[in-house]
Design a protein around this ligand. Structure first.
Ligand code: F0G
Length: 461
């Protein structure tokens, strides 16, 4: 009898979507036309699409059935009430404002809460989150632990807040200049790294003594909860659902991109326990999204989110979701490929500085590596380095982040382990020829969130 017991997906496949394999010549043409930016590739030209885990999930038969229960009333749709009840029951927040996706909630919350000249601490930046903080007049301050910026550190909770950095900021600028601290669960830009519940409790105590609210970017809260169950002694016997509940209960407001954890293709919301913020958000959502009982979503889509939230906190779902990511990460480790450790919850992050040490950061190593991985075998990944980091709004200079990464992001319930084998082998093939790889340079740079639409060309010589 084997003493190891494997996980397996708690579902079977009912419908399949064919994907296309291409030749190397076709891929070379496609990536050139896309300006060497994987965001600009046509999905049809992609074989295995690991660009993002956002909106790329496979819905369950329950969710598809839920679509048929869509109540498309302009006002007061029954699906809105189902979603609001679900958010309260699973995530604790009393008031719900639906939005079409996460960044719309960030826009509304940032505009309501941030004043010109404010400082907004957070456990590492996220692209859209920081942009909305800046557009509202705030300055983002990174208060994540130093280990988060070190790809080799095996710290189990690299999403933790460094409470000394937080205290220093309070001492320096004063609590009245800090409208809130933004805490992401399963920190995306750090490589899908969790925050510990103990750290969140300590942060809560610190914030309480200065009356600073906590905003929860809860995009991947269930994945974070799974890591807490696996790594934080006190929570070993708690369910993911219970841990999610406890995380949320320690925070005041939340922004959510339902396109991740909640297992749907579109959707998001702002949730809050504060009546004043709720009233303002309800008023603002009608300007930008739609009436406060649909906020840019259809009734059927709100129903799918409500069902997806319930599915997302299942322990078996999480074991296979995160298990698949770990499987791919461990394959890459076997090939000696440098990745961010520990392996994250939603993807494996290649360390492009170590993968392509001959390219300096201004030769855009992560952007280059993502395009080479596509050329190799049609696998689409994403840059998460200097291009994503953008420019400092004051000086106009590039931000040069310590982390120069390529994200291999795994959609939920979409690909099999055989796909993961192919991905690992393709990246290993790129690793073999890494010394021949030259960098890229910008040829077009949009003003906002440049990584989405920028175009590049190869550096020759
Ligand atoms: N916060 C985090 C941590 C995210 O990962 C995202 C989106 C958002 C907020 C914004 O949500 O896309 O629904 O507007 N992340 C996607 C990604 C784009 O690929 O990581 P959105």
């Amino acid at each position: 009898m084997p003493n190891k017991r494997s996980w397996a997906e708690p579902w079977k496949i009912k419908m399949v979507e064919p994907i296309k394999m291409t030749t190397k010549e076709e891929r070379l043409t496609a990536i050139k036309e896309a300006g060497y930016n994987t965001f600009l590739l046509k999905s049809e030209d992609v074989y295995i699409d690991l660009l993002t885990d956002s909106g790329t999930n496979a819905m369950s038969d329950r969710q598809w059935a839920g679509l048929m229960l869509g109540d498309e009333a302009y006002a007061g749709s029954r699906n809105f009430y189902h979603l609001a009840e679900t958010v309260m029951e699973y995530y604790t927040y009393k008031n719900l404002v639906p939005t079409h996706q996460g960044r719309a909630a960030e826009h509304i919350l940032s505009t309501i809460m941030i004043k010109d000249g404010d400082f907004v601490p957070g456990n590492m930046y996220f692209t859209t989150t920081r942009l909305h903080q800046e557009l509202a007049g705030g300055t983002f301050v990174d208060v994540i632990v130093d280990e988060a910026h070190d790809t080799e550190s095996e710290h189990p909770f690299k999403g933790n807040v460094d409470l000394i950095k937080m205290q220093n900021l309070i001492d320096e600028v004063g609590a009245d200049k800090i409208p809130y601290v933004c805490i992401a669960t399963s920190v995306n830009m750090a490589g899908g790294q969790p925050i510990a519940l103990q750290n969140l409790k300590d942060l809560r105590a610190l914030c309480d003594s200065y009356d600073i609210p906590i905003v929860h970017d809860m995009t991947r809260v269930a994945e974070n909860a799974y890591f807490i169950q696996q790594r934080e002694e006190e929570y070993r016997n708690k369910t993911v659902r219970e841990i999610v509940h406890e995380i949320c209960s320690l925070t005041d407001h939340a922004t959510m991109s339902s396109k991740k954890d909640a297992l749907v293709n579109i959707g998001g919301f702002l949730a809050t326990n504060d009546e004043d913020v709720f009233m303002k958000a309800k008023n603002m959502v009608v300007m930008y999204e739609g009436l406060h009982t649909y906020g840019g979503m259809s009734g059927r889509d709100m129903e799918a989110v409500a069902i997806g939230i319930k599915e997302s906190v299942s322990d078996n779902h999480m074991a296979s979701r995160v298990g698949q990511v770990q499987y791919l990460g461990n394959k890459l480790i076997e090939y000696g490929i440098p990745i961010v450790m520990p392996i994250g919850s939603h993807g494996v992050f290649l360390d492009a500085k170590k993968f392509l040490p001959h390219l300096s950061q201004d030769m855009l190593p992560s952007q280059t590596l993502a395009s080479e991985i596509y050329i190799e075998n049609g696998v689409r990944t994403m840059e998460r380095g200097v291009v994503s980091a953008g420019r400092n709004k004051e000086t106009g200079e590039h931000y040069f982040p310590k982390l120069e990464l390529v994200r291999i992001t795994i959609p939920r319930r979409v690909y099999t382990q055989a796909h993961m084998d192919v991905v690992a082998e393709s990246i290993a093939a790129v690793y073999e020829r890494r010394n021949e790889i030259k960098g890229l340079k910008f040829v077009y740079e949009p003003e906002y969130l440049r990584f989405f639409q920028a175009r590049f060309s190869p550096i020759t010589n």
